[in-house]
Design a protein around this ligand. Structure first.
Ligand code: FAD
Length: 403
């Protein structure tokens, strides 16, 4: 079996195949050497680690979810563990991949024609181009299904897009943006592959973010952007197809949230064993042990939930409310966990890592502060906690509370 994470308390990873375990070990080594040590610096500079794009492609991490591009046969559970591992080292890098591969490539896989899949999936899997996913708007976040205002008007063999998008991950430098817009003729939401640069398309990086700082989000404006009919996602018929994409990706975000919690837990545990107060390591105090126990219990329950939701995806029985419950529950447990872990680290829990050799300073990549701040965006994107809870509430009662 793969070297288990200490945080995998119930040895869930034993359920992966030997090939999956081997791949996971290689990915972990890459993350520990090439990602984690530099994560704090990228976070502080608010810059995506773009030099990693080809390395991530070599490891197959954009490609794994799609039979057309996967390097080897793998399960949703395996891909969940990969998301956990990446986020455990750096939630911003996990989000970069989640947007490029999870949201954008899944949109093309779910909604594209065979020609569109053949044109885009291989080069996106190879990291030759970067993709983004433009759904949220300045005036519409939780209510995009009903409220989405960006328009698409057909003129012969072309469409003309007008509107604005907000918070678009990777949007500041993406080569391709999946734009969701409402057809003025039939009022249905359709998907468009907008290549950048395009006349009338502008993307402005959102500055001064305090969460997932190494993800470059953008405000996008579309002014009479012309898109050929051949770049409209041919198998998208309305918002219900966007919901299919979100059902798949929300389950991934739950795994990503687990990685944030595991990263924080591991940092706090190491810190608690080393930090001396009252002449003893703080790990020896009952109140600190209770916090660590709560953190590990949150992680363990969340792994069980994520594993089952991913299995249901492979069994073809995952419904919207299943992934909504995992996203809501796991992000809530993550938020509690990172707060407990930050508390354990005292004052050092609000600092990024540093290269200094000063005893007690936080080493690079082990900053609780980064996980603590990043947890807030993960709690909110791909449906806030509230909206995902209400999707579950609708399944329980049969009554939609948010339309
Ligand atoms: P709002 O919808 O305004 O919600 C504000 C509050 O009101 C929330 O607490 C919400 O739960 C609550 N609320 C709203 N309606 C109800 C209701 N009916 N009942 C109860 N409570 C309600 N979007 C993209 O399209 N592409 C991306 O790549 C992308 N990346 C992102 C990355 C980051 C770092 C962030 C922060 C956001 C990103 N988003 C992206 C946008 C994200 O999906 C939205 O922020 C999210 O859906 C919430 O929308 P909002 O921010 O407009 O909040």
């Amino acid at each position: 079996p793969a070297d288990l994470l200490d945080a995998d308390f119930y040895a869930f990873q034993h359920q992966l195949t030997p090939a999956e375990q081997g791949a996971l070990r290689g990915i972990r080594e890459f993350l520990e050497t090439e990602v984690r040590p530099f994560a704090d610096d990228h976070w502080e500079r608010a810059e995506s680690p773009r030099h990693l794009i080809p390395r991530i492609a070599e490891l197959g991490l954009y490609a794994n979810a799609f039979p057309e591009t996967a390097q080897f046969e793998n399960s949703s559970v395996f891909r969940g563990w990969v998301a956990l591992e990446i986020s455990r080292a750096d939630p911003s890098t996990a989000t970069f991949i989640g947007v490029h591969s999870g949201l954008a490539m899944t949109s093309i896989h779910v909604g594209g024609s065979e020609e569109q899949k053949a044109e885009w999936l291989p080069c996106l899997a190879a990291g030759e181009l970067v993709a983004a996913f433009g759904l949220t708007e300045p005036g519409h976040g939780s209510d995009t299904a009903k409220g989405l205002e960006t328009t698409a008007e057909r003129r012969g063999d072309e469409w003309v897009l007008n509107g604005a998008k907000r918070w678009i991950g990777n949007g500041a430098f993406a080569d391709l943006v999946v734009i969701w817009a409402r057809d003025v003729a039939d009022d249905q939401v359709k998907g468009f592959l907008v290549r950048t640069p395009s006349i009338g398309f502008t993307a402005t990086k959102i500055e001064r973010k305090q969460s997932l700082r190494a993800v470059e989000n953008a405000d996008i404006v579309l002014e009479d952007v012309v898109v050929p009919e051949s770049d409209r996602l041919q198998r998208i018929d309305g918002f219900r197809d966007v919901a299919v994409v979100l059902r798949l990706t929300r389950a991934d975000v739950a795994w990503q949230a687990l990685g944030v919690a595991v990263g924080a837990y591991e940092s706090a545990l190491a810190y608690a064993k080393n930090r001396m107060q009252f002449g003893k390591p703080i790990a020896s105090f009952q109140l600190v042990q209770e916090k660590l126990s709560t953190a590990l219990s949150n992680i363990t329950a969340s792994i069980a939930l994520c594993m089952r939701v991913s299995q249901m995806q492979d069994e073809g029985i995952q419904r919207d409310h299943h992934s909504a419950m995992s996203k809501a529950f796991v992000t809530a447990r993550m938020r509690e966990t990172v707060a407990l872990c930050r508390e354990i680290c005292g004052g050092n829990g609000i600092q990024l890592g540093s290269e200094s050799q000063i005893p007690g300073d936080v080493p690079p990549g082990y900053s609780i502060a980064r996980y603590f701040a990043d947890a807030e965006a993960v709690f909110t994107f791909e449906g806030t906690y509230d909206m995902n809870a209400l999707i579950v509430g609708r399944a329980i009662t049969g009554i939609p509370a948010f339309v």
